[in-house]
Design a protein. Structure first.
Length: 593
């Protein structure tokens, strides 16, 4: 007898990144009727950190603190019939599962642990090289480095569903797309097929909304003053119907805020072209999405449509490229800003002289930022630091010895340079760490096979056949921006008067989502956010092209800016390497005719 299809599936997102609070787990385990809790630990930068961990200890390379969290949470979840899905496995999902199995056994608990692996693409990239195929980053045009520390394909949702089909209480994965954890549960429950493209798009959107934890419930919201009780902010819950439509909410008696503006900010987060958000199982069109407030702290989200995915997986790889070190000093007193800047310059001048005497090469890159002086606003800065400043100095070098010399020469500023140099925040000498950079490319899906295990037993799994994608439509169409008369009372005011904003990253590309505060602001924002206007305002940060994508259904825009993050991730020398503050910079743009 076939199991009846449920009306809705209730899923909570308890973790948005490695280091998120345990509060989400505590809250969601208490929610009546919840069936799944998902944990998103991975980002490109996280994989680079895990690569460094694995270099020191081959048994590591996963989120170690996940084991401690699950010691209490997993038995409680099983007793309530709640299943858990987490990409905490990182670069070593089997090692993560083994450590968890040992912890459960020692505590006397019997748990069915599913593992999804097969995302390691090191062999695949090696084979492509042997076949004479040049590997190239599609965004930067960079050729592949000679050696990779790690290489991981972004797998999809169907292997997760297979582990759940086989009876797993918890599924631990390596690198899958963030939304796949929610989608995997929905594929398992609703028996969606690869041809159910609209449902897969909506399920992916549900996963995309909850993948960043409290960002969906008021975290990082532009109008932060409206968000109550940050200390007890609620983590997101989605109630998903069989057609993929869902309601977003949060646990009762928690802080945070769920409304249309909050949900729209998260919808836009890091999706680039909203009409072609490419995932392994479906290409989503979010320009057709509707968001409606249905009650207090509850919104309904529906209308996403899907297209067939490509026959390739995206691969994110890491490789070593020297060493890096970052130091900070606080300086108080008269002319603090100027003293801080001169201090940084003196440190670089002194260490360069030492390098020359010892026959060492120069730095590969250097950066001095005076935090608090609006360096992110560049030429638009208006604040002059007064009596205190924080100097942040960052360097990269090909030789660890030279980076160590730099590390030693920061503390002497306390007696050698500016009056009022008050300390380095008790941090001691800054650490010299390997500089791990990112490289991305695409590989044929038939060369990368997902594997599924449950309780140590291999489950026979073959990726289901997906519909064939239609031919690429080509470049983004150009828009004609009709000049709009700007109301006199808005002239000279910042863009934040008209819009909300949220920003994120993909490598060296910055993504800023802008949401109109009122539908009537849409035409004016469309004119103000034309690409050449944005590029001019952000010229001190953005070196590449700017594309403006429109989502008229929710009165929003998505701005995609290339070469905007000084390399992005660990490559970037900026204080904001992931562009999390870019929306705040753009919202400061003054409204003009």
């Amino acid at each position: 007898m076939n199991k009846p299809v449920p009306k809705t599936i209730k899923i909570g997102g308890a973790c948005g990144f490695w280091g998120d609070s345990s509060l989400g787990t505590e809250q969601l385990l208490r929610v009546p009727g919840i069936q799944y809790i998902t944990y998103d630990y991975l980002a490109e930068l996280t994989l680079a950190i895990m690569a460094g961990m694995r270099m020191k200890n081959p048994e590591h390379g996963y989120a170690l603190d996940f084991i401690d969290l699950m010691k209490k949470a997993l038995p409680a979840a099983k007793s309530k019939g709640i299943k858990i899905i987490a990409n905490a496995g990182g670069l070593n999902p089997s090692g993560c599962a083994a450590a968890l199995q040992q912890a459960m056994a020692e505590a006397g608990h019997s748990i069915q642990i599913g593992v999804v692996s097969g995302d390691d693409a090191t062999t695949t990239l090696g084979q492509l090289r042997k076949d004479g195929i040049e590997l190239q980053d599609p965004h930067s045009g960079q050729s592949a480095p000679p050696f990779f520390l790690t290489a991981n394909a972004y797998l999809g949702a169907f292997p997760i569903a297979a582990a759940l089909d086989a009876g797993a209480d918890i599924v631990i994965t390596g690198r899958v797309v963030d939304s796949a954890m929610v989608l995997g549960a929905l594929v398992h429950e609703f028996k969606w097929q690869t041809t159910d493209l609209n449902q897969l798009a909506q399920g992916s959107l549900a996963g995309h909304i909850v993948e960043c934890g409290a960002q969906a419930t008021g975290g990082l919201f532009t109008d932060w003053q409206q968000v109550p009780d940050w200390a007890n902010i609620g983590y997101p819950i989605v109630d998903v119907a069989a057609d993929g439509s869902f309601e977003l909410s949060k646990p009762e008696n928690t802080g945070g805020l769920v409304n249309k503006a909050v949900a729209t900010e998260q919808l836009l987060y890091e999706i680039h072209d909203p009409a072609n958000y490419a995932l392994p199982d479906v290409v989503c069109d979010f320009t057709t999405v509707n968001i409606e407030e249905t009650g207090l702290d509850r919104v309904r989200i529906y209308g996403a449509t899907g297209k067939a995915p490509s026959d390739q997986y995206k691969v994110c790889a890491t490789y070593p490229d020297g060493f890096r070190c970052i130091g900070m000093l606080s300086i108080v007193g008269f002319d603090a800003h100027a003293k801080a800047k001169r201090t940084g310059e003196a440190i670089l001048e002194r260490t360069r002289a030492i390098f020359k005497r010892q026959g060492l090469a120069d730095y590969t890159r250097t950066s001095i930022e005076i935090i608090g002086s609006e360096t992110d606003l560049g030429p638009h800065a208006t604040v002059q630091l007064g009596h205190e400043a924080m100097m942040r100095i960052a360097i990269t070098h090909s030789d660890k010895k030279a980076a160590a010399i730099f590390s030693r020469e920061i503390a002497p500023a306390g007696t050698s340079y500016a009056a009022g140099t008050s300390g380095n925040f008790g941090m001691g000498r800054p650490n010299v760490t390997p500089l791990v950079k990112m490289f991305s490319c695409f590989v044929p899906k038939h060369m990368q096979t997902a594997t599924v295990q449950v309780s140590g037993q291999h489950i026979e799994y073959k990726e289901p056949e997906h519909p064939k994608a239609a031919a690429e439509s080509g470049t983004t169409p150009a828009h004609w921006y009709e000049k709009v008369k700007v109301p006199t009372d808005l002239l000279g005011k910042p863009l934040i008067e008209l819009a909300h904003g949220r920003s994120g990253d993909k490598g060296d590309t910055s993504n800023i989502g802008i949401v109109a505060r009122k539908p009537e602001y849409w035409p004016l924002l469309r004119y103000l956010l034309r690409p050449e206007n944005v590029k001019t305002y952000l010229a001190h940060l953005v070196k590449g092209e700017v594309h403006t994508f429109e989502l008229p259904q929710v009165q929003a825009f998505n701005l995609v800016m290339n070469e905007a993050l000084d390399g992005g991730g660990m490559t970037s020398m900026r204080n904001d390497p992931l562009g999390k503050g870019m929306a705040q910079v753009l919202l400061n743009m003054k409204i003009s005719e």
